[in-house]
Design a protein around this ligand. Sequence first.
Ligand SMILES: Cc1cc2nc3c(=O)[nH]c(=O)nc-3n(C[C@H](O)[C@H](O)[C@H](O)COP(=O)(O)OP(=O)(O)OC[C@H]3O[C@@H](n4cnc5c(N)ncnc54)[C@H](O)[C@@H]3O)c2cc1C
Length: 397
Amino acid sequence: MNSIQKPIVIVGAGFAGMTFALNLKNLNPSLPILVVDSESNFVFKPLMYEVLSNEIRSWEATPKFANIFSDAGITFLRNCLTKISFKENILEFSDELKLSYQYLVICTGSIPNSFLIKGVDENCYFFNDFRDLKKLKSFLKNIQKTSFNKKLFIVGGGPSGVELACKVKDMFIDQFEINVIEKSNEILNRNKIFNREQAEQALEKRKINILLNATVKEVSETKISISNEFGITSLDKDIVIWTAGVKPNLSYLENNEITKKFGRILVNNNLQIENYKNCFAIGDISIIEGMEDLPITAQVAMQEGNHLAKNIELLIQGKDPLPFDFQDNGEMISLGIGEASISGLGVTLSGKLAFEARRLIYTSKLPDITESLKSASSWIFQKKSIFKKFLKKDNSI
Ligand SMILES: Cc1cc2nc3c(=O)[nH]c(=O)nc-3n(C[C@H](O)[C@H](O)[C@H](O)COP(=O)(O)OP(=O)(O)OC[C@H]3O[C@@H](n4cnc5c(N)ncnc54)[C@H](O)[C@@H]3O)c2cc1C
């Protein structure tokens, strides 16, 4: 048994960090665990579309870290990590606080990637965190009174782009002409075929234009320039929402300090950072050697958090950690107000039933995370029996 003199420090309390901290506390209640996050609230990102459309209220999807962690007997500190001295095991924070650790878990998530395309940072809206959501919601609220057929471009035909397009169309039927720009030859090109087909139908039904094989060259205050096989076209725009990609949020790392792959921290299959065996990186910021194709999702982040909790407990007991193995539990996408598509666990489901199943599945994941959403969504539990087959106690999301 290895003795623990200093806390196990977790920086970033999103899907990966939250799952890790709560599971480790369950496995070993006496461990000193300190969770640090720069924000005061957890954001259940898959439900951000429903917050935008007022299908759920914002507080339901954003419980306070202080409540979650104090209920679990874990210390929470709100602070922003600015530097790690790996050799000395010291962390530095924005208010100059310094902390030392015995084990460190970093999981600071993703930020939008504008790929240095001219005008994107200045002239686009994003949809990656709660600040983005509030900004977009306020824009939509203001424009609502005066608009008709305003030109809305959504860049990126992945899940975020498609889900947003359907939701916004259902919220403002005639107010926006919506165009989804995708650089490959199909939308949702990394998703399940069933969900892709459902999404294509949902977009067609809503008369949302899809521009395939098209890339954005520049976004100005009034125009968007798009390149395709016919050349570059500059189009008038009222709003552009950028969902074309994310990059790891690693501003606290110095260049070449640790090994990276595709910009993300390279970890071995025990989720350890090379050369620093007491340091781990999980969730969107990391990539596992030999498992480079894993999607950047909450499902992966939660499974990694769960697995790492077991590994840390093994290490503390003086045993060897076990390799991580990903289990694909399927995927769910929302497709407008009251509709969704689900594919996984041998089941496919679409439409209103899928929407209710999706909400129920998320709600079933939340009891560990938040009491608020559980109580606010109690109506959905009445339908629990219909969806029993989806309700595996796992980390699908
Ligand atoms: C709109 C949207 C919808 C999505 N829908 C789905 C879905 O349906 N299914 C799915 O599987 N995935 C979905 N995802 C992806 C999923 O949300 C991410 O993959 C997941 O959040 C990654 O978990 P994480 O713990 O790595 O990062 P996050 O959950 O983003 O958490 C990172 C945490 O780190 C904190 N942090 C960042 N920097 C610092 C710092 N310097 N110091 C201290 N704290 C810091 C942040 O405040 C945050 O709390 C969606 C993403 C978005 C944006």
